[in-house]
Design a binder for this molecule. Structure first.
Ligand code: H79
Length: 436
């Protein structure tokens, strides 16, 4: 597909637009909507086959986030070391968190009785965080959205029969009206996460959304905005800024046409995105820190999700993990911000992830499993000037095979080019120690 004129930009402008995102590496996703009330998955309307009338009758008047304080959200994100927040302005259920003119199905008409996006944006800015919106391409509420394989009423014959009266032209205009509001009324917006395309039989893709029109509008209203890859324009260079593996860790830096591309994995604490009270599959703080490190070690960003409760706060399971990550980041974020995959000449030691800061030329060895006294750095001889623990800046001694005193009681098994690092027997009191 040829690049349309409106999408043409210099590589310099693109690099400039993406600079903060490449540097920051760690953001917060927030999934919040009516589904926080039933508290059993953000797809509950679809899972339980509810019509939008039934769903609205149950939950719309119960949406009363009396403890909503976006300053607390921003503080929690900032404390965790996150640098940007992406909030679901509207998810698949079709409920808008802001005072949209395009729909009555919105927060101001619930007991919340106000635009919930405005104070969110203000709180983020005040905390120095970048602001992004998630915007669903699906809408199970809109009367013109053609019922398909993802729809809450996908198995309902009556609903399917209504498709002849549904007009996707109107739905496309509705999306443009809403995106215009979001990108006009809240100042500078740094990122837009469109979700998602599923082209094919009983699905929808770029023609159904008018993805090109949406993207054109997005870039016109916010020329420096960063846009994800879910508009089904994936075969083009201009149709997206970064790839978005969902709850998935690639085995290496993802490539498109043989070229490594910007990417961000979005991940959850427990599996679902919306607040799910009874889900018992929460990842540990240690796993989450390792996930962040692994992501950066492969050149990517981590967008880690919180599902706030119906009353508007982050529950203690979420807070606990955010605090744990923040504790680690407080002492170790130098191995995350501005970092990326290590140059290929540095091989990953056993049970470690590597990150690298190309500006300072510092290499970071994240030791996931504490070894007994010795860590071997394969082929690092001559490439290291000094080694220290990142968390306390204390020196770490190392030798190479030729300089190691091979007494009768030791058998040195390192290779010629390896470095042999002397670690303390007791693991330092930090979740995942980092050698700088
Ligand atoms: O917002 C969060 C999720 O609710 C949303 N994206 C994240 C960020 C999301 N959940 N699932 N998906 C996106 C992909 C869903 C795919 C499927 Fe299907 C829906 C598999 C089966 C039903 C669509 C229809 C694709 C295949 C058939």
């Amino acid at each position: 597909t040829a690049t349309p004129d409106w999408a043409k930009e210099t590589p310099e402008h693109k690099a400039q637009r993406m600079a903060w995102w490449r540097h920051d590496r760690f953001g917060m996703f927030i999934h919040w909507g009516l589904y926080a009330v039933p508290a059993r998955h953000e797809w509950v309307q679809q899972h339980e086959q509810l019509s939008t009338e039934e769903y609205k009758a149950k939950y719309f008047d119960l949406f009363n986030p009396d403890l909503y304080n976006p300053k607390e959200w921003a503080a929690a994100a900032k404390q965790a070391g996150m640098k940007y927040i992406v909030l679901t302005a509207r998810h698949h259920e079709g409920f808008s968190l802001w005072d949209t003119k395009a729909s009555d199905y919105k927060a101001p008409n619930t007991p919340a009785a106000r635009d919930l996006i405005k104070p969110f944006v203000e709180a983020c800015r005040e905390a120095g965080l970048k602001v992004g919106f998630y915007y669903s391409l699906l809408d199970w509420h809109h009367p013109d959205f053609i019922v398909d394989g993802t729809h809450a009423l996908r198995n309902n014959e009556e609903a399917r029969a209504s498709n002849s009266k549904r007009d996707m032209n109107k739905y496309r205009q509705f999306m443009k009206d809403q995106v215009t509001e979001l990108l006009t009324n809240y100042g500078k917006i740094d990122l837009l996460f469109y979700d998602f395309s599923y082209p094919g039989k009983d699905g929808k893709g770029h023609e159904d959304w008018d993805s090109e029109g949406l993207l054109k509008l997005t870039r016109k209203l916010q020329p420096d905005i960063i846009v994800n890859d879910r508009l089904d324009l994936n075969d083009t260079e201009w149709g997206w800024d970064y790839k978005t593996p969902e709850q998935f860790m690639p085995n290496k830096w993802p490539e498109v046409n043989g070229k490594q591309v910007p990417w961000e994995t979005c991940q959850t604490f427990s599996g679902s995105w919306g607040y799910y009270r009874d889900e018992n599959t929460w990842k540990s703080t240690n796993q989450l820190i390792a996930m962040l490190i692994e992501t950066v070690s492969k050149g990517g960003n981590l967008l880690l999700n919180v599902g706030p409760t119906a009353r508007g706060y982050f529950d203690d399971r979420a807070m606990n993990r955010l605090e744990g990550m923040g504790q680690w980041m407080k002492y170790n974020s130098r191995s995350i911000y501005g970092c990326t995959a290590a140059p290929e000449e540095f091989q990953k030691p056993d049970n470690c992830f590597l990150t690298y800061n190309p500006e300072t030329k510092r290499l970071y060895v994240h030791v996931l499993q504490w070894p007994f006294k010795t860590l071997y750095l394969p082929g690092y001889k001559g490439k290291v000037k000094y080694a220290q623990f990142l968390h306390d800046g204390s020196e770490i001694k190392y030798t190479s095979r030729s300089s190691a005193a091979a007494g009768a009681h030791t058998t040195v098994t390192a290779g010629e080019g390896d470095l042999i690092v002397d670690l303390p027997v007791v693991k330092p009191n930090v979740e995942i120690p980092v050698i700088e």
